[in-house]
Design a protein around this ligand. Structure first.
Ligand code: ANZ
Ligand code: ZN
Length: 812
């Protein structure tokens, strides 16, 4: 009877399926655990990254089930998005067909790996019922002012023919296809994530030590809070303008007397007024227009550039005349779109001042040194050239100067955030339709809730050119809910991140009510928030930020209760092979199906959890895979030698030294299992402990001990290699018993030996291990034997024994 993975795995997968083994229970009095791994995109096949992700979550789900928790471990598919349309263009297959065929295939793959997902709570975000509630949220957010429309410059990918959110632009390239992103002015819908900026930042504190630090830092930087002073510069009245003043934002109010010019963004309204009224010459207008047409990325990489606007502002404290420049480094949508420039203490301002020969005025002392070829940008030092503030430390000065502006009512302390509102309009077919209507008479009108979901037409032509919904002959025709006249449907669809922002909450709702409401109140308040979320670090910013925003917005719309969606987060490392991330483009992919066919699912799972701790990169290694397979074989053969009828009564004191040692190893593994499943997730160390225990058992021939040992080891390993553990447990033990939680036996850990140092003339020469019941004479005898080579031709003058610590022999 040798190990047959195929047979065993098929058998147990059938049993689990037929007996609804992994469905969460409706009994809300039970203690719950909601374990969630990021759901896959239905690209066609499961890859090793998925196997890793779900092996981790499955191990946790199975562990907590064993501990009698009510466990929710759901799975679904993030099934709207561009690849489906690209497949349509390339292979002439309808996106819906492509998507749902992939889902069917991948579902089977997932279950062939033995993952204990709930089957009843499976969903795909392209399901009309999911769209229905998503559109409901959209309309409610619109009515609350959390979603609005604006014409704005957007990131545009010419290859995917769609708008991209800032978060989807990586190094100026499209996150999906890698194409260069360009700037385009377009109307679109925006989610006002900025209105939650402060809470999104403040609540990161609640996640401290529960989320990886790296992710917390990335979110913090992305939100980008800074405190400073906002005040107005009056314009000198030598030129007649509608704008009489303009605001600036500075984090360095302490440098106010060092301002030598002010710089405004190319899109600033003063610039536009100067252009519109032709108050500046043709050549300057042309130059400024060229600057306006540059993308933020081009402006960033371009050298600092600017033009004097023949305009002066008045310094609010010194009343000096300060030249006003337009500059490419000033962003229109940060702060006030204008900067007070202090070349002596800011790198950027310094470079600009050098280039255009503008004055450099030092206002903070730098160890008595003057500013020559480098600015002094440290935020420490004593103020000089600053009137009444001279002599103050710059931190104190900053507060005092802000205070002065406030008392004079010419400025105020403000908070600024770098985060921008989230543009969600996409000019694509395969997405959730934006449930809005454009009426000539009434303007933009939300669809009626009773008309939801607004589903996609099936008969579309997908060519990659333009928006298929826009081109459809009839789909966009509709009736305005307000005036009942003919109107036009919004033809853009939602960013797919809109769908993945609330799926975790949908899973938490009882599926029996899925058709009637977005969330069943009782079940979401029981299941949420997610106790442990597991997924890739690539989602550190966008997905996790959007989901956190959704949680808060849905809370404020009374759908949900918690402030944060994911109590704990584990970001798993990448799977790499030959030094590079496993990916089709690198041609180094190992297909999980091939591993399952050759070795079985348990081997795949064991290997992936053994090869590296979850947060670290995992290097693919064929030998280690083979090694995992061998271990399972050995486990299987050794377990079958256990005699079923042996009693489990073991008297610790009657065991031999080897038996005690083997039993200790088994219990050490058990102890480790609590720590690993509940805290560290270092499955590799747990598996190593089990291997050690198995080795120690090799020398033992004790039926009771063997039976106990395998009972424990199979229990510990079940979350990792479930099929073989279920199989063996069924053969050896009563399965019902097997589900019980295990208890540590302290007696196993009490050591009955002590270690003693032996020295000769005060110098340590050996260490001996002996039974704690040995007599002093026996101990000294053993000690002498251990150091015999230092006693040759010597005579012992004194024997010193310090109980349980050391023996010292004084010799001559
Ligand atoms: C004067 C100053 C002196 C500044 C100094 C810095 C150092 P953070 O910290 O990232 O918020 N700034 C303000 N609005 C800007 C805009 N729209 N585009 C480009 N730069 C802008 O950055 C705040 C600082 O960035 C502000 O403080 C301002 O320059 C500049 F020694 O004011 B500072
Ligand atoms: Zn109307």
């Amino acid at each position: 009877m040798s190990y047959n993975a195929k047979e065993i795995e098929k058998k147990w997968q059938e049993i689990w399926k037929n007996e609804d083994y992994f469905e969460p229970k409706d009994d809300y009095k039970l203690e719950k655990k909601y374990i969630l791994s990021m759901f896959p995109y239905p690209s066609g096949r499961i890859h090793m990254g998925h196997v890793r992700n779900y092996s981790i979550s499955d191990a946790l789900a199975r562990y907590y089930r064993k501990k009698s928790f009510n466990v929710l471990h759901p799975i679904g598919f993030d099934s709207f998005g561009m690849p489906a349309e690209n497949a349509a263009i390339k292979h002439k297959i309808h996106p819906k067909k492509w998507t749902y065929e992939n889902i069917d295939y991948m579902k089977n793959e997932l279950f062939s790996l033995g993952f204990s997902f709930s089957r009843k709570r499976m969903l795909a975000t392209s399901d009309p019922i999911y769209t229905k509630f998503e559109q409901e949220f959209f309309i409610k957010m619109y009515e609350k002012g959390l979603i609005y429309t604006k014409e704005a410059t957007v990131n545009w990918c010419e290859n995917d023919k769609t708008v991209l959110a800032n978060e989807q632009v990586e190094d100026g390239k499209c996150w999906r296809c890698g194409n260069e992103v360009i700037q385009k002015k377009m109307p679109g819908y925006y989610v006002k994530i900025t209105s939650y900026a402060k809470e999104l930042l403040d609540d990161l504190k609640k996640l401290q030590d529960k989320w990886p630090n790296q992710v917390l830092t990335m979110q913090e930087n992305w939100i980008g809070q800074s405190f400073g002073l906002e005040f107005s510069f009056k314009l000198d009245d030598s030129i007649e303008l509608d704008a009489k003043s303009f605001k600036v934002f500075t984090t360095r109010a302490d440098t106010i007397y060092g301002v030598s010019y002010v710089a405004i963004a190319p899109e600033h309204k003063i610039v536009n007024e100067l252009i519109d009224k032709k108050l500046i010459d043709e050549e300057l207008i042309t130059n400024i227009k060229a600057m306006q047409n540059q993308s933020p990325k081009e402006r960033q990489s371009d050298e600092k550039k600017g033009y004097f606007l023949n305009l002066y502002a008045i310094h609010p404290l010194s009343n000096e005349k300060i030249p006003v420049w337009v500059a490419n480094f000033v962003l229109i949508d940060y702060g006030s779109g204008a900067v007070m420039s202090v070349p002596a203490h800011d790198e950027r301002d310094f470079d600009f001042a050098k280039k255009y020969k503008l004055p450099i005025k030092q206002v903070i002392q730098n160890n008595g040194e003057a500013i020559n070829d480098k600015p002094y940008s440290d935020k420490s030092g004593i103020l000089i050239n600053s009137d009444e503030f001279n002599g103050l430390d710059c931190n104190e000065a900053r507060e005092k100067i802000i205070h002065k502006f406030e008392t004079l009512s010419i400025g105020k302390k403000v908070v600024n955030y770098k985060i921008r509102d989230w543009g969600v309009s996409r000019q694509r077919y395969w997405g959730a339709a934006i449930p809005m209507i454009r009426c000539e008479k009434c303007g933009i009108v939300p669809c009626e809730l009773s008309s939801l979901p607004i589903t996609l037409p099936d008969d579309v032509e997908i060519t990659g050119e333009g928006n298929p919904l826009e081109k459809h002959p009839t789909w966009k025709d509709c009736i305005c809910p307000k005036c009942k006249q003919k109107a036009i449907r919004e033809c853009d669809t939602l960013d797919t991140f809109f769908q993945s922002s609330w799926y975790y909450a949908r899973f938490a709702s009882d599926e029996k009510t899925w058709n009637e409401k977005a969330f069943d109140e009782k079940s979401v308040s029981y299941w949420l928030n997610v106790d442990q979320y597991i997924g890739g670090i690539e989602h550190a910013i966008l997905h996790l930020l959007y989901a956190r925003f959704f949680q808060k917005a849905l809370r404020d719309m009374s759908y949900l209760r918690d402030d944060e969606p994911f109590a704990r987060l584990l970001t798993q490392g990448m799977v790499i092979k030959d030094g590079a991330k496993m990916s089709k483009s690198k041609g180094n992919v190992v297909d999980p199906d091939d591993i399952i066919n050759k070795y079985g699912a348990d081997t795949a799972r064991l290997f992936i959890l053994f090869a590296a701790p979850p947060a670290k990169e995992l290097e693919w290694n064929d030998d280690a895979l083979e090694g995992s397979y061998k271990f399972i074989n050995r486990l299987y053969e050794r377990a079958l030698r256990v005699s079923k009828n042996a009693s489990l009564d073991i008297v610790q004191n009657e065991l031999s030294k080897e038996e005690k040692y083997a039993r200790l190893k088994v219990y050490e593994a058990l102890k480790k299992s609590y720590e690993v499943y509940e805290k560290t997730f270092a499955f590799n160390t747990l598996i190593a402990a089990c291997m050690e225990a198995l080795n120690a058992l090799n020398t033992v021939d004790n039926d009771s001990l063997n039976k106990e040992a395998f009972y424990i080891i199979l229990n510990i390993l079940e979350p990792i290699i479930p099929h073989v553990c279920f199989e063996l447990s069924q053969k050896l033990f009563d399965l019902e018993n097997f589900k019980k939680e295990l208890v540590l036996k302290d007696e196993v850990f009490t050591k009955d030996t002590i270690n003693l140092a032996v020295s000769v003339n005060g110098k340590k020469r050996a260490e001996i291990e002996l039974s704690s019941s040995s007599s002093k004479d026996e101990i000294i005898d053993l000690a002498k034997q251990a150091v015999s080579k230092w006693l040759v031709d010597k005579s012992i003058v004194k024997e010193i024994y310090i109980e349980k610590k050391l023996v010292n022999l004084v010799v001559k």
